[in-house]
Design a protein around this ligand. Structure first.
Ligand code: SF4
Length: 295
């Protein structure tokens, strides 16, 4: 389940805990950032009260992942990450806001600052739980050992693994497509899905979302393609990448290289972290292969 966390009071958290449901919370960081990005419309809600709610939800292991949306005017990403760590989050998923004007320099600065903080924290003995950064670091480690398999199935699950339902019951490829016009209508909850309309989405792979320009891109090996709804808004073409996606992934990959090269030879916590992450990934892949073979 994904939530902005405003209704995660003790009673609801306890119910979710009993139902074994986990929540990804959309929370962007400290008070200043939340006031700028997601001001509380309920005047009875304060940031301190909201923070205590989240702390309780994290303690109960109902909220494990913080999904952080970074906007162009959010200058202090490190302070926001520190705030989420102080609440107790064990996983932080950072994503830049889509379909807003970004400058390359701003994106480069965000990822440079974050990677400096990552290196500093690793040198002090801890690994930052930055989900995407750590996935890219593991991919880099696999590449270094000639064991990497690039993503092939495509990032975007719209219409494949997801559907969006509009208030009147119309079905679209995902929640973001519900505002994209009837052209993307796939059916409705009363009459079902028109399979011919859904078929093109089922065929989407990484290569559908890549283009000639990708051949010279430093992020190519890591890039599973981009969000088709964001592509549509940015370029008018569901398959042509939103410019933010490319700027962000390239900056991220460039700085992942910096982190890796800086730490891989002489930082024991970092080396242990990657070794364990790699072992666990291979074990999961093996278990899934075994369960497929036994079916
Ligand atoms: S980041 Fe952009 S240019 Fe690079 S491989 Fe991905 S879609 Fe292509």
């Amino acid at each position: 389940m994904i939530s902005n966390g405003t209704l995660l009071n003790k009673e609801i958290v306890t119910k979710l805990k009993n139902l074994d449901i986990e929540v990804i919370t959309s929370v962007d960081g400290n008070n200043a950032t939340m006031q700028a990005n997601r001001p509380f419309y309920n005047i009875r809600q304060s940031f301190n009260g909201f923070d205590s709610q989240l702390t309780f939800a994290v303690e109960k292991k109902v909220a494990k992942v913080a999904r952080v949306t970074v906007s162009p005017n959010q200058v202090n990403i490190v302070e926001n990450v520190k705030h989420l760590l102080s609440i107790g989050y064990k996983s932080i998923m950072i994503a830049l806001a889509t379909n807003v004007p970004w400058q390359k320099e701003t994106i480069d600065k965000i990822y440079h600052t974050l990677s400096d903080f990552y290196i500093e924290t690793a040198r002090a003995g801890s690994i930052l739980p930055l989900q995407v950064t750590n996935q890219l670091l593991l991919a880099k480690h696999e590449i270094q050992h000639d064991k990497y398999e690039p993503p092939t199935s495509g990032f975007c699950g719209a219409g494949k693994e997801m559907l969006g339902v509009s208030p009147n019951g119309d079905l679209y490829p995902c929640h973001r497509f519900t505002h994209s016009g009837k052209e993307y209508l796939l059916g409705n909850v009363f009459n079902g899905i028109e399979h011919t309309k859904r078929e093109p989405f089922l065929q989407v792979t990484t290569s559908t979302l890549h283009h000639e320009m990708c051949n010279s891109c430093l992020a190519l090996q890591y890039c599973p393609g981009s969000c088709m709804a964001a592509n549509l808004l940015d370029s008018g073409d569901t398959f042509y990448p939103e410019s933010r996606h490319c700027l962000e992934l390239r900056a991220h990959v460039y700085n992942v290289d910096r982190i890796y090269n800086e730490l891989i030879n002489d930082c024991p916590p970092f080396i242990s972290f990657l070794t364990e992450a790699w072992r666990s990934k291979r074990e999961k892949a093996l278990m899934s292969l075994l369960s497929e073979l036994s079916e």
